[in-house]
Design a protein around this ligand. Sequence first.
Ligand code: GLA
Length: 687
Amino acid sequence: MSTPSPADGGRATPAFPDVDGLCYGGDYNPEQWPEDVWHEDVALMREAGVNLVSVGIFSWAMLEPREGEYDFGWLDRVIELLHANGIRVDLATPTAAPPAWFFARYPDSRVVTRDGTVLGPGSRGMAAPTSPEYRAAAVRIASKLAERYGDHPAVVMWHVHNEYGAPVGEDFSVHAQRSWRTWLRERHGSLDGLNAAWGTRFWGQVYGEWDQVGLPAASPSVVNPAQRLDFARFTDAMLRECFVAEREAIRAHSSRPVTTNFMAVICPTTDLFAWAREVDVVSNDHYLTAADPRTHVRLALAADLTRSVAGGKPWMLLEHSTSAVNWQPRNVAKRAGEEARNAFSHLGRGADAIMFFQWRASRSGAEKFHSAMVPHAGTRSRVWREVVQLGADLRAVAEVRGSRTQADVALLWDQESFWAQDLEWRPSVDAQYAERILTFYDRLWRDGVTVDLAQPSQDLSHYKLVVAPASYLLTRDAAANLTRYVEGGGTLLVSFFSGIVDEDDRVHEGGFMAPLRDALGVWVEEFLPLREHETTTVTGLAREVTGTVWADDLVVDGADVVGTYTDGPAAGQPAITRHAHGAGHGWYVSTSLDADELAPLMERVYADAGVVPSGLPEDVEVVVRSGADAEYVVAINHTQDVITLDEPQRERLAGAGPVVDLLTGDKLGDTLDLPAGGVRVLRVEAR
Ligand code: GLA
């Protein structure tokens, strides 16, 4: 698929950069180095098999040293050098780091925090997204770059800005104040509409004039949650407007695909399903959470979310790290083989580009202790040897390019519900959106079930199972969609504190969870949150399970009771229910089960849905990409022991026919060894 570009009278913009094979490389910041180092850089890039680098991401001050004065000489030379060596360029607009002159000249464009602190320069992070001066300057430098390099044969894609949403997300500047009122007028039509949507009669917040409507800045008590929810939407919309303005400036001169690097999962200020509609190719940055011993599961979730927002199309991992990062409290280095496991997990989940931050470790500045493809230790290092090996491995598996990762289970992901649920004064601070998503995801990951992340309002009919771990905000329309899904034969599993409010954070009429009553055959009379560390026991599944955080006073209206509380605030009452509705089933679980405790519940739910767990050892990660003539099974052994799959396991993984490991060229027999901490990419003739 490709999108027509106005620049060339409708010539299509490719949906992926024109690079042979899988893309491999990283952020390249040559402006930090003398030119003789550049020559060593390209020689090493060739040695490692690098074919794409992202250039110029933070170079605004070097490209426009004074307002309206440009210096492209150094960038010309860098691009020519890369071109001469067959390395393609992902050219960035440098607008995530406005130069010192910009902030000196336009001090009002500095970002203001919720408590009124004005953020100074000397770091990075864009100016106020609503500042007209910032937007004009950003569009100007983007146009200049596109005009100059838009048709350059080495420049195969555009990298707009860097990680919209962080470090700058919410902004309370004067520019934000002005744009906020304009945006609210468009959303609500009139002041009466706004007062109604925000429920301003509560605490007497009624607005009589538009200029009384402020930003949700720090206040004596809790700010109106509907106002804050709208502000989250506004923040996302303003950032997206900045992207679109730069994208259009580029498209006027270039028909190369345009992207911006997302931060799937961790950045709460951007609604990635909406952003994905604006880019030609979806790309993501991902870093491990060192404190989490199961950080590879978070990685898989981020990759699956990225693929899902991309609509299943191939996407690009634009940044990850060869080893430690430098911005966590304790920056744990990757151990031998870990980086390859990470890279292949992204690849298995649909990435056709494996890129790093950054090519060469910086000597100065805030990120000098961040790992790189060329570390401070140079090429006589484990990291460099692994970088070279990964380049070779990606060439060996290049035929996976364009194949698609398939999933028949969906986890619901709704950014608006995320924003709404995590505001203040909820029934329990322990009920957190991200925690529930990750826990359910972890259970599915352990069972070897590949999932898509899906929006509650989208067509879900092709999924065997839909899980709603945290759908606090659920519109009537979305609830009707879920109900239709069940009626049509789907299996829906809903977790507690779902279906509670509408798009304005207003409690649905008819009792908690009323919009899901038909699908689930239950509704909630009262929430019964638990004290910190309190537990509650549920019987009725294959084994007793322990819940935390939450219980409900549940009213059964047609459902069968599967699990019952034996203690805690809801002792003797239903905890888990199953409702036959239409041709499908609606399940409800009213307490917080961790990934272990979810196992017996999921067994029952899988049975209804016809979902078959992989049956492989728990720390073997398996994902399948389907191509036109073959399937590619990416198998990652996260343990430090060799795992031998017996004949039935081998058959479930890769069928009974001939199988080749693309990484080694080995033809595999009836059983299959997964090397300790190792990866296999198996080519299986289409089954
Ligand atoms: C982000 C940024 C990069 C770099 C890395 C460090 O992803 O985009 O510029 O700061 O983090 O991990």
